[in-house]
Design a protein around this ligand. Sequence first.
Ligand code: COA
Length: 260
Amino acid sequence: MAEKKWKTAITRHIGHETYIRGYRLLDLVGNLSFAQAIYLILKGELPNEKESKMMEAIFVSVIDHGIAPPSVIAARSVASGGNSLNVGVAAGVMAFGSAHGGALEDAMKFIQEGVKDSRSVGEIVSEYLSKKKPIPGYGHRYYKEFDPRTKRLMNIARDLGFYGDHCRFAEEVEEELYKQKGKRLVLNVDGAIAAVVSEMGFDWRLGKGFFIIGRVPGLVAHVFEELTTEKPFSKRLNEEEETEYTGVEPRELPEEFRKI
Ligand SMILES: CC(C)(COP(=O)(O)OP(=O)(O)OC[C@H]1O[C@@H](n2cnc3c(N)ncnc32)[C@H](O)[C@@H]1OP(=O)(O)O)[C@@H](O)C(=O)NCCC(=O)NCCS
């Protein structure tokens, strides 16, 4: 038989039944939490009790972080332009990048490669610093001493048995950064999640997925709030008070360009 064009190992239909990773969807409904179903669809197997609790904690930890991050500004601004909920949420997701949310993927790669690296943590950190490359998963706009979400997640990881080589490496890098830089660049929530999900055996290329799954409910809430409580076009700047013009002063259009 000729090979079919599209292949998937995730979901299939047999008659009217839907099977997710081999399990009947209707058996999952009512029996699995949302986080357990997410683990199943991403990893292909059901989570044990500890894995389930860890997943729940991870998703809850990133559900929202206020109105100020770029993704919420983007989502609410686009909604404010007169767009529907899905368009606003999509704009928010598009704002996830290497400095916001997307760092999770880079941090997973960094940590997974780091634990296998034969060099010392000090050598790895100094290579980044000498090239002036930010180490993904470290540093935060607001948290300058510690990221409280990291503390909480690391404690839960310890309790549930997910504090191993990856978490240890991540915390050693934080200490080494302090030693070499002379100031604290905290292991942020992206870095903490990256360490824990690496410990749980997830591929680093899934990294952004964890942030997207966890943060989309927050974006939905923000866009809904924007659409239902704010006037359209309210997300605009007061040009005089909030913006600064840095261009050239007004000047005359040269004669040769004047046609009328
Ligand atoms: C999040 C981030 C944009 C915050 O930047 P910031 O507010 O400018 O950070 P700070 O003002 O505390 O930076 C102070 C110094 O540390 C350096 N620094 C900041 N984060 C660093 C990192 N992750 N690795 C190495 N050096 C870093 C800065 O370059 C700066 O160096 P300088 O004083 O020699 O110029 C930045 O830390 C970063 O890019 N981190 C990596 C990406 C990441 O994890 N993002 C997720 C955030 S939740």
